[in-house]
Design a binder for this molecule. Structure first.
Ligand code: PLP
Length: 389
């Protein structure tokens, strides 16, 4: 039987760059002690009290269909969080609860792009971006952000590709680069969006993991509230990756539009998960800082080790749970370097090529294992690079 080309062409053909990840998993299953610094998954689990809240809600009967846009109490909590963090008046009607940030990214592109529209995104990028854009029938158009600019996208580069485009997807704090976009960068981005009448889709799922500088939401910039859709999630901030709960925040007319989409796709998020998310948000910043603390420590370990050598270069990670390392001095591609490191030393990192052309010759190291093991694995990687250079 014939299956749809929309899905079979989703990844754009060729390798999706995840071969190394699956190879590391196979080696682990075969009993080899691989240190995995690959995906953005915490080394802690969701806190017990958040699980208790989910349990109590489910036991209390919140197991039927929940309201499709999200339960009022959670939409109110998310709106209050956003208003408090950005100063932009935000209410329930500006919020759609989604099964994680990924579903929010898909919904936001569906809300803004029609078949064949050009949708811009910044390269290096989170691996699902081009497929998400293709998934709504739009054409993904990468805009390179370069290492010599600390991976801050330049307004001129975006403006060159903007004529005729519908939307621009950005991500700060950034996966995989760790860049936190400066006020100047965001002002430049906002200017291009206003000049070219682009929707701005702002993926802010790492907004609680900032090590240097400050997270700024472009929705708060002049003239942006009407054209910005913000993607948020409980996954990274509260170590709730498996609960699949996030949101889209945007103009109420767009949220109404998206409720129609949700009715025909996800039909909402389980009520007891939403109650647990609301419970977690109402706890305020303390638990969020606890979840972020290990990444802050390991980022400092990485900076310390990197400062003691001069083969591997990098732009310091100002946020998120990764460091992106430039290994071009070894003469290898990111893919070859990652593969040989895995074979020789059983340390798994992601080839930069999985995150776009602008990250070629780099590897992404996730800050996701216990501190002493992390230090040892990164020291091994650096010694391996030094031996090759
Ligand atoms: N956006 C970015 C930049 C990510 O790194 C991730 C996950 O790693 C997501 C979105 C999706 O997160 P979730 O769907 O778990 O909220």
């Amino acid at each position: 039987m014939r299956v749809s080309t929309r899905i079979s062409t989703l990844t754009g053909g060729g390798s999706d760059g995840w071969d190394l990840f699956y190879k590391a998993r196979r080696m682990k299953r075969a009993g080899i002690a691989v240190t995995e610094l690959t995906i953005g998954e915490h080394d802690i689990r969701t806190a017990q009290d958040i699980l208790d809240a989910a349990h109590a809600s489910a036991r209390g009967g919140h197991t039927g269909y929940a309201e499709v846009p999200g339960v009022h109490a959670l939409r109110d909590s998310v709106a209050a969080r956003i208003a408090a963090r950005t100063g932009v008046p935000t209410g329930r009607d500006n919020i759609l609860i989604t099964p994680g940030g990924q579903a929010g990214l898909f919904a936001a592109h569906h809300a803004t792009c029609d078949e064949g529209d050009r949708a811009l995104f910044i390269d290096p990028y989170y691996a699902t971006y081009p497929g998400t854009i293709r998934g709504v029938g739009a054409e993904p158009v990468p805009v390179p952000a370069r290492p010599d600019h600390g991976f801050q996208p330049q307004a001129g580069d975006i403006a060159r590709l903007a004529p005729g485009a519908r939307s621009l997807l950005i991500n700060s704090p950034n996966n995989p680069t760790g860049a936190v976009y400066s006020r100047a960068t965001l002002d430049g981005i906002a200017g291009v969006c206003r000049d070219h009448d682009l929707w701005l889709i702002s993926d802010e799922v790492y907004d609680t993991q900032v090590w240097q500088g400050q997270h700024l939401s472009p929705r708060a910039l002049p003239g942006m509230v009407e054209r910005t859709l913000v993607i948020g999630s409980m996954s990274k901030s509260h170590a709730m990756t498996g609960s699949r709960v996030g949101w889209v925040c945007g103009p109420d007319a767009v949220i109404a539009h998206l409720i129609t989409l949700a009715t025909h796709t996800t039909y909402g998020v389980p009520g007891y998960i939403q109650d647990a998310a609301r419970y977690a948000l109402e706890l305020g910043d303390g638990p969020v800082e606890q979840v972020a603390a290990p990444f802050r420590r390991r980022r400092a370990i990485a900076e310390d080790l990197l400062a003691r050598q001069n083969v591997v270069r990098h732009s310091p990670a100002d946020g998120a749970m990764y460091v992106l390392l430039d290994i071009r001095a070894t003469g290898l591609s990111g893919e070859d370097f990652a593969d040989r490191l895995l074979e020789a030393h059983h340390v798994a990192v992601m080839p930069g090529e999985s995150f776009g052309r602008a990250a070629a010759g780099h590897v992404r190291v996730a800050l996701t294992v216990e501190d002493s093991r992390f230090r040892a694995a990164l020291a091994t990687l650096l010694a391996f690079a030094a031996a090759l250079a």
